[in-house]
Design a protein around this ligand. Sequence first.
Ligand code: HGY
Ligand code: MN
Ligand code: MN
Length: 417
Amino acid sequence: MPVPTLALDAGRLLEQIRLLGAIGADAGQGGRTRIALTDDEKAGRDLLMQWMRELELDVRVDRIGNLFGILHAATDTGDEEPLMIGSHIDTVRNAGALDGCYGVLSGLAVARAYRASGIAPQRAIVIGAFTNEEGVRFQPDMMGSLVYAGALDIQAALDTVGTDGARLGDELARIGYAGDMEPGAIVPREYLELHIEQGPVLQAEGQLIGVVENLQGISWQKITMQGTANHAGTTPTRLRHDAGYAACAVAAFLREEVVGAAPDTTLATVGSLRLEPDLINVIARKATFTVDLRDPDEQRLQAAEKRLAGFLAQIAEREGVEIETECLARFAPVVFDAGLADEIEASARRLGFSHRRMTSGAGHDAQMIARIAPAAMIFVPSRDGISHNPREHTDDEQLAQGAQVLLDVVRRRLASA
Ligand code: HGY
Ligand code: MN
Ligand code: MN
């Protein structure tokens, strides 16, 4: 079948990015917040559903709330092995407008290009928006695609209790997105995800397209330290069981010793830290905090976890605090499909776009779908490498060019056997 000539409507893509980015807008500080299964995220889902229907896509929702729009093939058999384009539209708190949304809306742009051409694709195109990619309310992250890939039991996911005490299944029902399709019912022949890099590499090297070959390992833990509240002015240091000090000692250890052991690859973040009773003149009796460890190499990631575990035992002994750890997410590094990566590189080259192969620092739904189908990712630059921040930005032209690469890969794949 000849490769169809398809035109990307970049204007509509950019407009939809802005319209979706306005949902959940944070008053007065820029940015938006659409944390998974909140009313604001529901509003984003409703708008996406409306746009899918405008394109006359067949809309499906599965039991974990993953949302799909299907552009059916020219023939019934073509529906059996669809090409899937996906990402997410939930956000962290006070987020940028592009993380996840760019990939989902670029999927709509691909479907729109086929619609506008009057050509039905040889194989169906499925555009997916996966539930709870960010994992900031309900852990683990990439939850919807993890369930979709069959690696997390649906009931366990529905019974997950969030950081606010809400049960995931109840919230899904409350916002009206507890669908009936079995997760995984649509098995893609391949999966593509277009995403902003969220890091500094492409901009630093003056490259436009990232051909993402692999994605680093992720280890999330919640650590609870139980000390003894006491008077800040009367308690000698040697008699303290200070959960606040112990938690801060862990953060310092992570930077100096854990990252220090592999400074070019291992990353460690204490992103959430709560002290109780959280008062200026009371020694903290309790510290609850999170540790996010990443490394592209599984052995180094395990070594980082071991170093942390060793220090926790030491500080518990030294400070006389009790420590509990809970694993919130643990994903080994993932290698994407080499053939798909080659096709992405070939499209970038054909379009005359500078490009380089790279590793993803962030987690993505692609790493989960890679468990059930060949998957690969396309990156575009993030200005100053900023993301998970209202200052997240990619130039309009770069966003359009990234979507052109996606469209070119799709049209070639769907025209081949
Ligand atoms: O944590 C991550 O890398 C992704 O944003 N969920
Ligand atoms: Mn993302
Ligand atoms: Mn993110």
